[in-house]
Design a protein. Sequence first.
Length: 562
Amino acid sequence: MKKFVYKVSFLACILAFVSCDKDLESINENPNKTKVVPTGGLFNGANKALMTNTRGGFPSGRMALPWVQYSAQRNYTDEDLYLFRPSVNNSLYRDVFLSTKAYKEITDIVSNPENAIKVATYGNPSNMLAAARIMLVYSQLQVLEIYGDVPYYSFGSKDSDFEAMTLGLANEKNTPKLATQEKIYLDMLNELKVASESIELDSKIFVQGDFIFRSSVKMKRFANSLRLKIANRVKGVNSLSTVAKEHMNDAIKSGVMLSNDDTVGLEFQNDQVNPAPFYKAAFIDNRNDFSPTNTFVELLKGEEKMVGKRNPFKGIVDPRLFRMVAPKSQLLDVKQADGTIVKKEVTVSFTYKTDIPSIQSNNSVDRTAEFYIGLPIGIPSKFTGSQKGYVSQFSGNIYKADYIEILMEYAEVEFLLSEFKGWDDTHYKKGIEASMQRWGVNSNEINKYIAKVPAGSEENVLTQKYIALYMQPYEAWAEYRRTKFPKTFLLPGESHDLVAKGPNGETKYTFKPHEAVDYLKDLPERITYPSDMDLVNKANKEAAATRMGGDKMDTKLIWAKK
């Protein structure tokens, strides 16, 4: 019984973001510790935690990445079939809000007049406050578009429905309301506008600790670009349409990203202390769990292998294929027992080898397109053993220790501008070019590809946007739910060829969601609320679920295409 009580108490503190007992604060005070935490350190720690905890092997690799068919699992395929682990769901929700809590702490520190002298030594107070407000929106946007109605905190609004993170306040809420999506989106747009307008462009942000913006100009362009994205997401919602279009016009006028230099991402360390999340999952945790999917690789190769599915770029090989995916094998000189040397196809190693190119070393040589094969997405686990020996790995670029996890990139902005201007061809092609440049494609290959692609249209722009969002699966998932593009996904009930015969000689398979969620006829529309919420905030969770139409994975968010 005691263990249960302790767990409930802990979850109440974490999930509801309230103090357990304010009287304990004076007892636990360290007289030698500064009372004003350096804001740059808080900002850096929150950014690193947010990107690590949303892009790692579990919340990304085993949930969103396979759902949007960027990756398929080489071992445990139930998650590819939409059965996620409750513990991962609980952690994802908690970890995002812990980063959000840190951004709020920055606003508390900077906006407190008693801290003014000390805060001024940390950077420009106005810009630090703007940075925290912008990241409050970015972090909470993640949970909003995963779950729907959620507890929400706003720096600028006093709306009584915004009850999250009331730690230490007179109106602490142990069981915060879950605010409606409509209210949250409206507030996010306003917060980004106000934050952007408050930025002092001729001044720094933080003295140290800022590894995502680095300049006030870049931060302003990010705020406006994020506002453009959010407004575009909700422009089809009747009650938000007018204000969304106003924000889109104003964000563009105020200045969005202009080049890849404006792309906002967090670069991890090129070591084993603070490496990127996927490097850690692969080479520190020693897991080889993921491969690019058949549907994604076929899209890049310009192939059409599914009955009734059209590849809008049929017959055109995308040069990003060779940056995003590794060839399955290399033609090497192999010494025979008699001392002779013969050419043989040797499978690219996952971990470092002295004599074979490896993903860890990122030293494979590019091959022609037929050497890039995706792992079938949505196969039962009994099929994996017969398939994974014949397919490619992710490129070593994905597994670099110093990989840059993207918050938002310039290419996405160009695709947003193309949509804003009626599927404008110029912005569409600028988006393709920007994406290819970020992935290291040379200018000659970029020009050849752009010369071949069909003109801008809804399908072409949104399919190219999907390609550009590779390894940003939650954004790609939101866009699919909003638009139902790309049309190249293998959906429940549809079939695809295997890459090799199955355990009983099978040559095809059918995508069937796990029996626990076999009601899904398309990609999931949301993730069900974390099970831990039943311990600390069940009534408000159930009220929100009822309001949305049920706590199920096919319950659509307010902007999802019907």
